[in-house]
Every structure is written in C-alpha cells, then in structure tokens.
Write a protein that binds this ligand. Structure first.
Ligand code: PMP
Length: 364
C-alpha cells in the first residue's frame, strides 16, 4: 500500500531525477563561472537545462531565473512591486511578501472571477496582478489563461504562482503569463530548487546581490545538479500527464463517493469547481482535524490539515477562511493529495480507513 497522501506538501524524488542529480554531481560539479574547460561544460549544461525548461513552458530560456524554490521566487517578485493585487487564496509566500496589496475576492467555489479582476483593474490600476494557477489546499484551478489575456489587454503585468500546477497539468501555455513561479519538489525534483520566469525586458528584479550569476539577477554559485534533476523530472512526466489526469480524477472521484456513502455531512471545498486530479480538501462532519490526522497516521496514511505551511496550527486554512467558514469548521479541515503512482486501491483503502477512524472517534 502507498499511504502517502500529502503530495501537495512535497513529493518523493523521481527515479529519473535522482539519476540525473547523481550524474550531474559526478561529471559536472565544477563551478559554472570558472574559466577552465570542465567549468565551461558545466555552464553549457546549465544553459541546456534552461533551454529544455523553456521548451516545456513555451518560453525563451532567457526568461528563466533559477532560485531556491517557490518561496524565494514569490518573495523576490512581490517585494519588488508596490501595490500588487493578489487573490484572497494565495500562498503565504505571495501574501506575506506583497506590499500594500489589494485583495481580489474569490467566489463561493474558491475561484477568482475574471470580471472581478477586470473591475479591479478599472478602479485601482494595480502595478501587478498575482493569481495562482492551482490552489495548494483545495486544488481549485484558477482561470489564469483568461486573466493573463485580460491583463495583457489592459497593460497590467500578470503573475501566476504555478507551484501546484506544474507537474500535474500541462505547462506548455504558462508562457502566456508575464511572471511564473515553479518549485522542483512539487513534481519529483529535489527540494530547495525552483525558478521564476520574468518578461525578457524586465530590469527591476534582483533576488540576491553578489556575483554575476543568472544574468546578474541572482548571485550565488548555481546548483546545476538540482536544476538538471528538476528539468529531468518534468521532462519525464510531461508526456504522461494527460493519461494520469484521466485515470487519477476517476480514483479521486471514487474516493469522494465512497466517503460520502459512509460519512454524512462531508463538505468538499471547491467540490463543484475544476480541480487538480490529486487533491481533496474537506470539512469533516465532526472531530478536530488533528485527531483524524493522528488516527490515519497510525494506520499508515499521511494526510494534512489544510496546508503544510500552516501545519501544527489547527484551523489555519487560507482557503476555508477566505470562504467565510466558522472557527469550528476550520478546526475540521483536512486535505488529501495523491501522486502520479497512487493507485485505485490506495484511494479505496484510504476511504475505508477514514470510515474506520470515524467510528473510532465517535466511540471515544
Ligand atoms: N506556492 C504554492 C502554491 C505552494 O504550494 C508552495 C509550497 N507549499 C509554495 C509556493 C512554496 O514552495 P517552496 O516549498 O518551493 O518554497
């Protein structure tokens, strides 16, 4: 049994990424900025990885800056804009780094409506619009392509935090956004590696000062092995994503149906909205989420309460808060998130374990 249902927090390293990481560390561990031949090869390999990632995202490689992950990318971007408009369900790394932000509300399904963005541009003229591609807690898919088109029409730069989209759905159209955030460990790459895509002509963004690496935007010796592993993971999985989506959505929906049959008054957040094939965010009918989590953990299942970024604090789900839930409901939020290799049987066993735990908690 594969009881790991917390893929939105992090994923295991993909075997192809592991191979790529080891190979890069064995052959191309040299500093890409040094001047001898081996360093030149490392530098060429790094630029080749940038080209390969550019091809997967539908952008020119020059637009990519490699970073330590989505948190760094979001912080660098948001702190360089005064008065951005962000959705009410953005990840804390966007929300907390944004200065003097205007909040774009979501509808009852947790979705940002393009009309709300349009009227906000009309009334406030923000310097940047930031709306995530897919939500980390509920898996809700935002209409980012529509919003990107609208922002282009209105001449306002658009950022999509795509940390949860990339590696789950096809990324080829993301290049339509001016700024894109990605994180390797959400799609089988190593932790501590990610990127920010920016417009080719952007001159304002500086991540870290020091050496001239990453076109002078982000100083520090490049982590080529991590970049190589990240790009290899995405290249390996991308051709299979269409099939994975079809199969996994079925498993997810069967899981929800099985749970509904056994637990009354289960509320699935953004249940009517288009969602990631792997994610289910729920308000349980009774009992605090940590009780559910602990009892399921004892049975070999790893799930979470809202998002990992707020773990340890019951009832801190950004999405459920934005949807206006009561304090009591917030304490009952749990999230399950499967992965590429999670099987139908794993989802069935998880549903059965939820039912068992419900009886156990009711008896106590
Ligand atoms: N944005 C979103 C939507 C995320 O889900 C996460 C990870 N929880 C982050 C940003 C932060 O990613 P990282 O761990 O790479 O800093």
């Amino acid at each position: 049994m594969n009881g790991y249902f917390d893929h939105n927090a992090t994923t295991p390293l993909h075997p192809a990424a592991r191979e790529a990481w080891l190979r890069a560390n064995e052959r191309h561990w040299h500093n890409p900025s040094s001047l001898y031949r081996d360093a030149g090869i490392a530098s060429q390999q790094l630029e080749a990885a940038r080209e390969r990632l550019g091809a997967l995202l539908g952008i020119e490689a020059e637009r990519i800056v490699f970073t330590s992950g989505a948190t760094e990318s979001n912080n660098a971007l948001m702190s360089s804009f005064e008065r951005a408009a962000i959705s009410s369900v953005e990840h804390p790394s966007v929300r907390m780094a944004a200065r003097d932000a205007v909040i774009i509300p979501v509808n009852a399904d947790g979705i940002v409506e393009p009309d709300a963005v349009k009227s906000l541009i009309g009334s406030q003229r923000p310097a940047l619009i930031s709306v995530q591609a897919a939500n980390n807690e509920s898996g809700a898919l935002q209409p980012w392509r529509e919003i990107a088109a609208l922002c282009r029409e209105q001449g306002v730069p658009f950022h999509a935090d795509a940390a949860q989209w990339i590696g789950k759905l096809d990324a080829a159209n993301l290049g339509e956004c001016d700024f894109i955030t990605g994180s390797a460990h959400k799609f089988g790459g190593p932790k501590g590696c990610g990127f920010l895509v920016l417009p080719a002509e952007d001159s304002r963004l500086h991540f870290l000062r020091g050496g001239p690496q990453e076109s002078g935007r982000r100083a520090g010796t490049e982590n080529f092995p991590a970049v190589e592993a990240m790009v290899t993971a995405l290249e390996t999985i991308t051709p299979r994503l269409g099939q994975i989506e079809i199969e996994q959505s079925r498993h997810r929906d069967a899981f929800i149906a099985a749970l509904r049959a056994r637990l009354e008054n289960l509320r699935v957040i953004s249940g009517a909205a288009p969602r990631l094939w792997n994610t289910v965010l729920m308000v349980m009918p009774a009992h605090p989420n940590l009780k559910w989590l602990t009892a399921l953990s004892r049975r070999g299942f790893s799930i979470s309460t809202g998002s990992a970024c707020s773990s340890g604090r019951e009832g801190s789900s950004v999405v459920v808060t934005a949807l206006g839930a009561s304090a009591d409901e917030l304490k009952r939020v749990v999230r399950v998130s499967g992965g590429w290799t999670t099987g139908a049987e794993d989802w069935r066993e998880l549903a059965a374990a939820f039912a068992e735990v419900f009886e156990e908690l009711n008896r106590r």
